[in-house]
Design a protein around this ligand. Structure first.
Ligand SMILES: [Mn+2]
Length: 330
């Protein structure tokens, strides 16, 4: 059961202090949703803190009031809030390291669109929508909550980025209606789209060169994989977020049904090597969230991921085998 919008709106009005969080490795939907909620709460005169494990990635500095986003200082005390608002985050633990700085909260709101959401929290609304930004639009439009131009710009970026610029499956007539209304409310399409899609640092293009050099095709060219090692990442000077969407270049190959991208992760205190794995499918017939679930991950049918223990070569081999099995079974 989803909490009705009235219940969410009254929580926004009732409580005084809020912490707005989303998943680590944030994307446009995570940041855009965080900021839209935070700006709404500020309009209501609330005390609002916006935390993300990765702080503000420079790529998203163009978002209105992006300066609100930060990672809590390592040395700071735990901080209590009336309300935690988690947006676009399927599991509580994906909120990441800022949880260590979170003290008591009276209420946790969980607003998301991942069908794998574990429904943590007291007020839960998991929308069947291509972006959390779409759920927030419906909330702001259906209630008497403030809805400013800056909020419209944040929601436009949230929805645009999570729908691949209004192209992915799941983009509905409603999505376009919402986008039209966001433009009416002042979202600058050209400025926001250029910032999202036509602006990147040189190292991103250099990363793409390496990724394409490593491209491997299998299963009759239906599976494409590529990997980036820590050594490559260091040589290129990669920053968090630089590998985002690189996988789309693998998926774009006409014969490919499933694409996989592997990133070696820094060895943490456990001493175990691990690999961040992203999968993309072109067809509902191949549910990559099910493949990722075999490795303790999750996501959507056409876009999913997992952090998997093992070396880059091992994980690449195991996941590729799992993809081949899924293709064979379909
Ligand atoms: Mn999302």
């Amino acid at each position: 059961m989803n909490a009705p919008f009235d219940e969410i709106a009254s929580a926004f009005r009732k409580y005084e202090s809020f912490c707005v969080m989303s998943h680590h490795r944030p994307d446009g939907d995570a940041y855009g949703s965080q900021l839209a909620v935070a700006l709404c709460l500020r309009e209501l005169g609330k005390e609002v803190v916006v935390w993300n494990e990765d702080g503000l990635l420079p790529k998203f500095a163009f978002l209105p009031h992006s300066e609100l986003i930060h990672a809590p200082a390592e040395e700071s005390e735990r901080r209590s809030f009336d309300c935690l608002v988690a947006v676009d985050c399927s599991t509580f633990l994906r909120l990441g390291r800022p949880l260590r700085k979170l003290g008591e909260v009276k209420r946790t709101l969980n607003l998301d669109h991942h069908h794998t959401n574990e429904r943590y929290g007291n007020v839960v609304h998991i929308a069947d929508a291509p972006a959390t930004g779409e759920l927030l639009y419906e909330l702001f439009a259906a209630t008497d909550l403030p809805f400013t131009r800056a909020m419209a710009e944040c929601l436009f970026v949230a929805i645009s980025t999570d729908t691949g610029s209004f192209q992915y499956r799941g983009t509905s007539a409603r999505t376009y209606e919402i986008a039209a209304d966001l433009v009416r409310r002042g979202a600058d399409v050209a400025r926001l789209s250029q910032a999202c899609y036509d602006t990147q640092p040189l190292r991103r293009t250099q990363l793409l060169r390496e990724v394409l050099n490593d491209l491997q095709l299998s299963a009759g060219d239906r599976v494409a994989t590529s990997a980036v090692s820590l050594a490559q990442a260091a040589a290129l000077g990669l920053q968090p977020g630089d590998t985002e969407d690189i996988i789309n270049h693998l998926r774009a190959i006409d014969t490919v049904q499933v694409a996989a991208f592997f990133e070696e992760m820094r060895v943490v205190s456990s001493g175990q090597p691990a690999v961040r794995t992203s999968l993309r499918s072109k067809s509902e017939a191949y549910d990559v969230s099910a493949i990722c679930a075999q490795f303790g991950g999750g996501g959507h049918r056409l876009a999913a991921g997992a952090r998997i223990g093992g070396t880059l070569a091992e994980v690449r081999e195991r996941v590729t085998a799992a993809i081949h099995a899924a293709l064979g079974a379909a």
